[in-house]
Structures are given as structure tokens and as C-alpha cells.
Design a binder for this molecule. Structure first.
Ligand code: FAD
Length: 188
């Protein structure tokens, strides 16, 4: 993981943050990098910044640690946390790959490459973006066709799943999950 920009630094302060709480480049909590499903604010309604200061003595979890699938405890109108923006992004990317042409034109390939290469630059969770950038450098996107792109994306998602300690997805099921739905017709 890179420590550029708002990526949490491995210094003592950052390493004592609780699961999901991540610092930005200004040394303050980065909301979009934080999982509110795992983070419990101190009693008394303190702000995120005050809360971060108050947890300086907490144990030293990885900010990649993913909590049990509990609901974000905040109201639905709140800005997304790292999990919500991640889920929405994966939904967009897998669905876009699922409907990508089997034989894309050069223009479609170029635009898909531009979309994927933009993510490490623009994705708002900075440590997620940095990791994705490393993934893309190690395994450049295969935009040659729908099946290849879907499989490439599935592997990238599985790398994140592994990092978070989640179960890997069986990539033979990407079309069922993102385009066709199950054979039992329950999604038709
Ligand atoms: C580029 C990127 C990097 C990220 N990095 C981090 C990070 O460093 N730290 C962090 O806490 N969060 C990160 N996230 C968010 C994280 O991946 C999840 O989106 C988030 O934890 C919410 O998980 P979820 O349970 O809603 O399911 P998600 O992982 O969002 O998956 C949504 C659905 O996709 C399907 N799915 C799962 N795996 C695959 C696969 N391999 N191929 C196809 N479909 C699949 C499943 O049906 C699942 O329900 C990142 C997200 C993105 C887009």
C-alpha cells in the first residue's frame, strides 16, 4: 500500500486508529476512507476529528480490516463511507463490464481503458485508489472483449476481497451475478 496523499501513514498515531478509521493528508479523519460500520464514536456526540484524537490509545488494527456486515449506523442521507462507495463502484464496474461488447471498437477500448486508468487518480478513497493503481500496474486491464474484461475485473475485486479478509468470488459466476441472473428465474 502506498502512503501518498491521504493514505494513512504507518506512524504511531495512524497505527493506533480503530478499524475503519483512516487519516487524510491533513492528519484528520478521512470520512470517505472510513467504514462507519466498524467505527464507534465516543459517547457524547463528539465530532470525527475529536473522536480520532480520543482514540489515539486504541489498539492497532489494519485499516483494511473489514467489519461484520452490519448496517451503517448513520442515517440513510449521510454521505457514503468506504463500504458504500465501494459497493456502488463495484456494481457500476461489473455491470459496465457485463454489457461491454464482445468485439469492442478501438474507440470503446480506449474509453474503457481511460475509465479504468482514471480510478487510481480520481477514486475518493485514497488508499483504495493507490492499491488499485498498483494492481493495474501489475495486471493491466484486458479490454479486448466482454468476457476478458469481466474476468479481469473479477480478479481485481477478489484481490480487494482477500485484502479485506472476505470470501473470494467464483469468477465463473460473473455473468450470472451481473447480467443474466440465476437460472431459477428469481431475478427475472
Ligand atoms: C477499487 C476499490 C478498492 C477498494 N479498496 C478498499 C480498501 O482498501 N479497504 C476497504 O475497506 N474497502 C475497499 N473497497 C470497498 C470494498 O471492496 C467493498 O466494496 C466494501 O467493503 C463493501 O462490501 P460489500 O459487502 O458491500 O460487497 P462488495 O465487495 O462491494 O461487492 C459487491 C457485490 O459484488 C459481488 N462480488 C464480490 N466479489 C466479486 C468479484 N470478485 N467479482 C464479481 N463480483 C463480486 C458480490 O455479489 C457482492 O455482493 C474498495 C472498493 C473498490 C471499488
Amino acid at each position: 500500500m502506498s502512503n501518498e496523499q491521504s493514505t494513512p501513514t504507518p506512524d504511531a498515531k495512524a497505527s493506533r486508529l480503530p478499524p475503519g478509521m483512516v487519516l487524510g493528508p491533513d492528519g484528520k479523519p478521512c470520512k470517505i476512507c472510513t467504514s462507519f460500520r466498524s467505527w464507534k464514536p465516543p459517547k457524547g456526540g463528539a465530532s470525527l476529528a475529536a473522536s480520532a484524537a480520543s482514540i489515539a490509545t486504541a489498539s492497532a488494527p489494519s485499516h483494511y480490516a473489514y467489519p461484520p456486515p452490519e448496517n451503517d449506523p448513520r442515517p440513510a442521507h449521510c454521505p457514503p463511507d468506504v463500504a458504500a462507495v465501494g459497493n456502488a463502484t463495484w456494481t457500476f464496474l461489473h455491470t459496465t463490464a457485463a454489457y461491454y461488447p464482445e468485439r469492442p471498437t478501438p474507440n470503446q477500448r480506449a474509453n474503457m481503458l481511460a475509465l479504468l486508468h482514471s480510478l487510481p487518480v480520481l477514486y475518493p478513497c485514497s488508499h483504495c485508489a493507490a492499491d488499485l493503481g498498483e494492481q493495474i500496474r501489475a495486471s493491466p486491464p484486458d479490454v479486448s472483449g466482454r468476457a476478458a474484461l469481466s474476468a479481469w475485473l473479477c480478479r481485481r475485486h477478489n484481490e480487494v476481497n482477500r485484502k479485506l479478509g472476505k470470501q473470494e468470488f467464483d469468477c465463473t459466476n460473473v455473468d450470472e451475478r451481473w447480467r443474466d441472473g440465476p437460472e431459477d428465474g428469481s431475478c427475472d
